[in-house]
Write a protein that binds this ligand. Structure first.
Ligand code: XMP
Length: 418
């Protein structure tokens, strides 16, 4: 049962901007959830909203008479302009009598209460990836049940520079969880030796990860719950109530946990958008570095180091990538791009250093802006920022004598190179 008392339901009639409507309602500190226009009256009743917001309706879709018969206060036909938002605010406050007091602090309090209700005196396992979602889930569950949370962190040897250390520091010192940090670098690299083909690399990494995670999780025999960082866009993408036109979730993760590991899922972020997850992380006391982290693929640097993966190549990439990220933050562009990173190319070319001929690696810098990661444009980073990144990489990273900037949009390119 939800502990949120003032809820609005946003009905999506097939709008391109459906998520924006939900964001605007939440921006006015009122909690809301989204449904499709084929939602039934019964589904709406279960959600128990104080009012409905209809999105724009480009296709002339209809809602069932039974939903209309619920006679809930409804706002339709407002545009997403400043005037429209003012109308929405009046509707929420004066018609639906919402207090507008839904804050991230309040969300955290409710979520803690719900986790306690679900878990009782049981134990929860949470896989940490170093990314924002799993870190925030772990911090939240720790707040709810303390050291009855066991975290498993598999260091695959494919993480960014400083990431394993920061995960270990945060979840063993700041949050004193029962942390199981597994150093599996050689395990992964041995399995990946000699493999060049990207799909095969992905499969090996996915399988090795599941094997390590499952082996450790089995040792925690008394844990009944598995925490997952599912967020609201994942839920929307896998189909919201009353919406037949499911958007096919675009994900690359391979494999799942073996059948003999039976956990009940705990998914406390399932109502939050990505930036709300970041806000929640800040409310819980996670560092800026952690909550502002850009998305990172599950197979990690494995998809950014082209060709065979070796420790030497991964170390070069880690150093180059750390410089790119450091300069991005310094320049103030970290939050203005969706993803910015380095790629180690399987190319050597001739260069010159200290009067000597060199024959070394090339690094590419990729920076993109995107809303849904299905399409993306390349970021127009200032030349000075690119120049500093390139100069530093060539001066500081042994084995690199050339840096290029990727100006391909998606499609035709993808975001990652692989
Ligand atoms: P592409 O390369 O397909 O990437 O344009 C789209 C987005 O997905 C991320 N990505 C992944 N995320 N596991 C993930 O969790 C993966 O295996 C994976 N591969 C790609 C990529 O970083 C980009 O944000």
């Amino acid at each position: 049962m939800s502990l949120v008392s003032e809820k609005i339901v946003v009905v999506d009639f097939g709008s391109k901007n459906a998520q924006l409507y939900a964001r605007r309602v939440r921006g006015l500190n009122v909690f809301c959830q989204m449904v499709g226009h084929e939602v039934t009256a019964e589904q709406i009743k279960q959600m128990n909203p104080v009012g409905l917001v209809y999105t724009d309706n480009p296709l002339g879709n209809e809602i069932s008479p039974e939903v209309e018969a619920l006679e809930l206060p409804t706002i339709k036909d407002f545009e997403l302009t400043d005037d429209g938002i003012a109308l929405l605010e009046t509707f929420l406050k004066d018609v639906c009598h919402c207090s507008g007091s839904w804050t991230m602090e309040k969300f955290a309090e409710n979520a803690v209460e719900e986790i306690r209700q679900q878990v009782g005196d049981g134990r929860v396992v949470c896989g940490l990836s170093g990314g924002v979602d799993s870190s925030v889930v772990a911090a939240l569950i720790y707040k709810a049940i303390g050291d009855r949370l066991s975290c498993i962190f598999v260091d695959t040897g494919l993480m960014r520079k400083g990431e394993p250390e920061s995960v270990i520091e945060t979840f063993s010192k700041q949050f004193k969880t029962d942390l199981h940090a597994l150093d599996r670098e050689s395990y992964f690299l041995e399995r990946l030796a000699g493999v060049e083909e990207p799909q095969q690399k992905r499969k090996i990494i996915g399988k090795a990860f599941i094997d390590c995670f499952a082996e450790e999780a089995k040792k925690l025999g008394d844990a009944q719950f598995l925490a997952q960082g599912t967020i609201y866009p994942d839920i929307i993408e896998s189909g919201i109530p009353g919406c037949n036109a499911k958007i096919i979730k675009h994900h690359h993760n391979v494999g799942g946990l073996p059948d003999d590991l039976k956990f009940e899922l705990v998914e406390p972020l399932k109502d939050l958008f990505k930036d709300e997850v970041r806000q929640l992380g800040a409310v819980l006391g996670l560092s800026d570095d952690m909550v502002k982290r850009q998305p990172f693929p599950g197979p990690g640097l494995g998809v950014r180091c082209l060709g065979e993966l070796t420790k030497a190549k991964l170390d070069i990439l880690r150093e180059a990538d750390a410089i790119v990220r450091e300069e991005l933050k310094k320049s103030g562009w970290n939050e203005k791009t969706s993803q910015t990173f380095a790629i180690l190319l399987p190319v050597k070319s001739v260069g010159v250093k200290d009067g000597e001929r060199t024959y070394e690696n090339a690094v590419a810098i990729r920076s993109v802006n995107t809303i849904d990661f299905m399409t993306a444009t390349w970021t127009h980073l200032p030349y000075e920022v690119l120049e500093t990144m390139a100069d530093r990489i060539m001066a500081e990273v042994d084995g690199v004598n050339r840096v290029v900037y990727d100006i391909s949009k998606k499609p035709s390119a993808t975001i990652e190179w692989e």
